[in-house]
Design a protein around this ligand. Structure first.
Ligand SMILES: Nc1ncnc2c1ncn2[C@@H]1O[C@H](COP(=O)(O)OP(=O)(O)O)[C@@H](O)[C@H]1O
Ligand SMILES: O=P(O)(O)OC[C@H](O)CO
Length: 457
């Protein structure tokens, strides 16, 4: 039987690309999961971050304490925090960790383990891009770091081997793909960086799906952000190849805001309506929506932020709110591009875009208008899968030029700004006012007692 029109014999190699940070832990004797996976957006670990902040010397409570080692701020987002939560809250996980029976993996590791045999000899590996999202890997040595493990109170026995992003990982053990080699592994956003051919220093892409993730290739050098971005590994295409690093701006709620408008509020019935509705009005009538459902990621890193919808008036309609939701994504991207500009000094003049939201033409125009940047839409929408396939092929065909033309994929559609900078800056100032209102909503300094007396008043 064919797979997507190919016979298994047509498949030269397999590349894996995956949702990052999501954390799994399983028993090495049975191969069975010891707890439900915790996905990247899950905020149950907020209290773990609070507890870990308390352990930082001199009562500093500095979320950036570990940045020099791993490039990341302390946040519920990353795997190390999720693993610590599992250890503290699930007795079977703690027992297995103490006994040396637990195996940890992000989604790539879990897939590879099972595809290559599971408990019957399955491999336990990850790549540098996925490892760079755990807070447990040293961003310079690209190895697990004893100080980081100590900080999180985690044993090294749970960890997979860290490999490059393009090498021979293992061979599929059973099923229709039996015998095919896995020759690449990259986190989805890094795979999109490769798929967009942002392979030189100074190139950047934005992928708009559930969340939105901007990656700026900084070449082989590590740039430690002073403005709320993450330092992450972009890719390492072979064991002997140099690692390429990236600055990343992560937005947790982008397209997910429309899922909320559909599933929780009923303002839309399907995503196909978004562009039609938003086009029915000329502007958002000064409505601003900050969808900080689980706090705000880059550049704010405020886990206590919550969503706000402001500027409502008697004239506000559903269409204005839908349009403001599109603009919210655009403004969050401007926040990140401003940080990238400050960190890298050179402003971007063009942005490669991809992901589910980019089918929306009005959205691309708004993005171009509200940032004042030239937006280029990828011809192949699935840049994530494309990047993993390119890396997989690079392993088996080292002469392959990844910067060469990709059939017709380099014919990109281009969108240019239509509004002037005065209007753009005015709109952005209003956005910043909305952000101010969302920050620290769930503040931990509002003691439970005060809250109770307020509730009872
Ligand atoms: N026409 C559209 N306009 C705006 N957002 C859209 C549109 N179509 C889909 N989306 C959003 O894009 C997201 C899905 O994109 P996708 O790249 O598949 O995400 P992921 O890979 O994160 O699952 C959903 O959150 C959805 O709300
Ligand atoms: O939910 P996804 O598939 O958009 O995953 C996004 C990222 O990998 C999270 O960091």
């Amino acid at each position: 039987m064919g797979i997507f029109g190919c016979a298994p014999n047509d498949i030269l190699a397999i590349g894996i690309t995956n949702q990052r940070e999501s954390t799994l832990i399983w028993d090495r004797n049975t191969g069975e999961a010891l707890a439900n996976a915790i996905i990247w957006l899950d905020n149950r670990t907020t209290s773990t971050v609070e507890d870990l902040l308390e352990t930082i010397p001199n009562n500093a409570r500095n979320i950036n304490y570990l940045r020099p080692l791993c490039g990341l701020p302390l946040s519920p987002y990353f795997s190390g925090v999720k693993l610590r939560w599992l250890k503290d809250n699930v007795a079977t996980v703690k027992r297995a960790m103490d006994a040396g029976d637990a195996m940890f993996g992000t989604i790539d590791t879990w897939l590879m383990y099972n595809l290559t045999g599971g408990v019957n000899g399955g491999i336990h590996k990850t790549d540098v891009t996925n490892a760079s999202r755990t807070m447990l890997m040293n961003i310079e040595t690209l190895q697990w770091d004893a100080n980081l493990l100590k900080f999180f109170g985690l044993p090294s026995s749970i960890l997979p081997e860290i490999c490059s992003s393009a090498e021979h990982f293992g061979t599929i053990a059973a099923g229709v793909l039996k015998g095919i080699n896995i020759t690449a592994d990259l986190g989805d956003q890094q795979a999109a960086l490769v798929g967009q051919q942002c392979l030189s220093k100074g190139q950047a892409k934005a992928t708009y799906g559930t969340g939105c993730f901007l990656l700026y290739n900084t070449g082989p050098s590590i740039v430690h952000s002073q403005h709320g971005l993450l330092t992450t590994v972009g890719y390492q295409l072979g064991r002997k190849a140099p690692p390429y690093y990236a600055l990343e701006g992560s937005v947790s709620i982008a397209g997910a805001a429309f899922n909320w408008l559909r599933d929780n509020i009923g303002l839309i019935q399907n995503t196909g309506q978004i562009e039609t509705m938003a086009s029915m009005v000329d502007n958002s009538l000064d409505v601003y929506f900050v969808p900080a459902f689980n706090g705000l990621y880059a550049p704010y890193w405020n886990q206590d932020a919550r969503g706000v919808l402001c500027g409502l008036s008697e004239e506000t309609t559903s269409e204005h709110i839908v349009r403001a939701t599109l603009e919210a994504v655009c403004f969050q991207v401007r926040d990140i591009l401003d940080s990238m500009h400050k960190d890298c000094k050179i402003p971007l003049t063009k942005l490669m875009v991809d992901g589910g939201m980019t089918v929306n033409n009005l959205f691309l125009q708004l993005q171009s208008d509200l940032v004042g940047i030239h937006v280029l839409r990828a011809k192949i929408a699935e840049t994530t899968a494309l990047g993993a396939a390119m890396a997989a092929y690079k392993t088996i065909a080292p002469q392959y030029n990844m910067e060469g033309p990709l059939s017709k994929s380099d014919e990109r559609e281009s969108v240019k700004p239509k509004i002037n900078s005065t209007e753009r800056n005015l709109r952005y100032q209003k956005w910043k006012m909305a952000i101010e209102r969302s920050l620290n909503w769930e503040t931990s300094s509002l003691a439970q007692g005060e809250r109770e007396s307020f509730d009872g008043a």
